[in-house]
Design a binder for this molecule. Structure first.
Ligand SMILES: Cc1cc2nc3c(=O)[nH]c(=O)nc-3n(C[C@H](O)[C@H](O)[C@H](O)COP(=O)(O)O)c2cc1C
Length: 182
């Protein structure tokens, strides 16, 4: 099972990108999580789109289409997802063959605040409903006060957080199999 992991943060020391790396390491038997690059996508512009998808967009759309499932790991910016992530979704969502249609999707997120990206995650779910993605509902992985859950080397040391990530990945694997089986 191939899963495409997408971090909504571009910064080097990102907690969310670190959580995605942890997910890669904790993936259950039979699941491979690859990471998408969204930092080189141009800002969405319908004029660009009219000339064809730019190569980084083509790449992202192909990776999404080829993946059995998607895994978003998003920060919360001003109660929503960061613009870079929305931009990537906007590009990928354009016809033909938008890759979210019928796709199993899971989301998690880390913030330095107390709500662990809850508001951003619900916005993401709302966006992808219109594109007919099929979200894993539970567990919800909302990592609050992320700065207290990593050590100085950037390792996720909080065991309950590692455990809930494992549970989400197992749920995504199960959900993907169930959707494929029809
Ligand atoms: C523009 C901006 C807006 C932010 N808004 C929120 C917010 O609404 N809620 C929250 O919990 N944290 C917010 N934060 C703090 C982020 O949780 C924090 O910067 C976090 O480390 C970002 O994720 P990253 O480490 O993966 O880059 C905001 C940060 C920035 C830069």
């Amino acid at each position: 099972m191939k899963v495409l992991g997408i971090s909504g943060s571009l910064r080097q020391g990102s907690y969310n990108s670190a959580v995605l790396r942890v997910a890669q390491a904790l993936a259950p038997e039979g699941m491979l999580i690859e990471r998408a690059e969204i930092g080189d996508l141009p800002l969405y512009n319908e004029d660009l789109r009219a000339r064809g998808f730019p190569p980084p967009v083509e790449r992202l759309r192909r990776q999404m289409a080829e993946a059995d499932a998607l895994l978003f790991v998003t920060p919360e910016y001003n109660y929503s997802v960061p613009g870079v992530l929305k931009n990537a979704i906007d590009w990928a969502s354009r016809p033909p063959n938008q890759p979210f249609d019928g796709k199993p999707v899971a989301v998690m997120g880390a913030s330095t605040g107390n709500f662990g990206t809850a508001r951003a995650q619900y916005h993401l779910r709302q966006m992808l409903i219109s594109l007919n993605a099929h979200f894993v509902n539970r567990p919800e992985v909302m990592i609050a006060q992320a700065n207290k859950k990593f050590d100085e080397a950037g390792n996720l040391t909080d065991e309950p957080t590692r455990e809930i990530i494992r549970k989400l990945l197992a749920a995504l694997q199960d959900w993907t199999r169930r959707l494929k089986a029809g």
